[in-house]
Design a protein around this ligand. Structure first.
Ligand SMILES: CC(C)(COP(=O)(O)OP(=O)(O)OC[C@H]1O[C@@H](n2cnc3c(N)ncnc32)[C@H](O)[C@@H]1OP(=O)(O)O)[C@@H](O)C(=O)NCCC(=O)NCCS
Length: 238
């Protein structure tokens, strides 16, 4: 998982959009990729290019039935993107993946929203946990919806969570169908969650990196965010 600070400069040296002068690269083929501009779009291309060993501006994207973007080409890793005020997160994985990050807002009524979108048990939790806990539940559920590729247009996924009230669990929680949930905290005010699909090679090892816009492709450095390792989340069907 890569965190990208939004508005913190751009990676110099590459065109952000696919090179339409390349044979076979039509504009219609990649409408999602062409609209990924600015710092976030550059960072995303820079990061993904390292996984596939191809120049950033040659990467081409498609979108699934409900709009989930994917990287085209043989052996392309799966990825998912989320942005909020100040940060974007890019998750890259060899199995299906969903990520969501939200900045905690205090101008919303968390209980009213929970009553609309969450299970009864989750509403009870949000009543005592307030906006911070509400947003933790939200990102967990939305990242699951994004891993499934469905998004939220057809409602919240029907899964009920029990998150530890005193802070994110560090380790994975097993979900139905071998999905695993990880709570993340790229910023104390921005809860995030990652949901990873079943992998032939066993559970995912989640590495947290910070993308830095050095502009020099070979000198990009990553840094681990603080993380803990105890799984304390539990999950059951709604
Ligand atoms: C993606 C989605 C789940 C919401 O995203 P969001 O919280 O607004 O924004 P995020 O930053 O977390 O995610 C957006 C990214 O997810 C990805 N995405 C888009 N559709 C997706 C899908 N079906 N599945 C997984 N990922 C998807 C894209 O990369 C998108 O980035 P882009 O905006 O640069 O194209 C959207 O599909 C959706 O369902 N929106 C409806 C929201 C809604 O109905 N809310 C009701 C409650 S108020």
């Amino acid at each position: 998982v890569w965190r990208i600070r939004l508005g913190a400069g751009t990676a110099a040296g590459w065109p952000a959009a696919p090179d339409t002068t390349m044979p076979g690269v039509g504009r219609a083929l990649d409408s999602w990729g062409r609209h990924q501009q600015g710092n976030c779009g550059n960072a995303m291309r820079d990061i993904l290019s390292r996984y596939v060993g191809r120049p950033p501006h040659t990467l081409l994207f498609g979108t699934g039935r409900h709009g989930k973007p994917y990287l085209r080409g043989p052996g392309a890793p799966k990825f998912n993107l989320s942005h909020t005020d100040g940060w974007a997160l890019l998750a890259v994985c060899d199995s299906e993946v969903g990520v969501d990050v939200e900045r905690i807002r205090t101008d919303l009524d968390p209980v009213a929203l929970a009553e609309r979108f969450f299970s009864r048990r989750e509403v009870v939790a949000v009543r005592s946990g307030g906006p911070a806990l509400f947003f933790r539940y939200w990102v967990c559920k939305e990242s699951y919806a994004k891993a499934l590729g469905k998004g939220l247009r057809n409602g919240m996924p029907e899964v009920a969570l029990t998150l530890p009230a005193d802070g994110p669990a560090g380790g994975p929680t097993e979900m139905t169908g071998s999905w695993r949930l990880y709570e993340l905290a790229p910023d104390p005010d921005c809860p995030a969650a990652l949901v990873v699909g079943a992998r032939d090679s066993g559970p995912a090892v989640v590495t947290q990196w910070t993308w830095t816009p050095t502009g020099a492709p070979e000198s990009m450095e990553g840094a681990h965010w603080p993380d803990s390792s105890t799984a304390r989340t539990s999950l059951s069907p709604a």
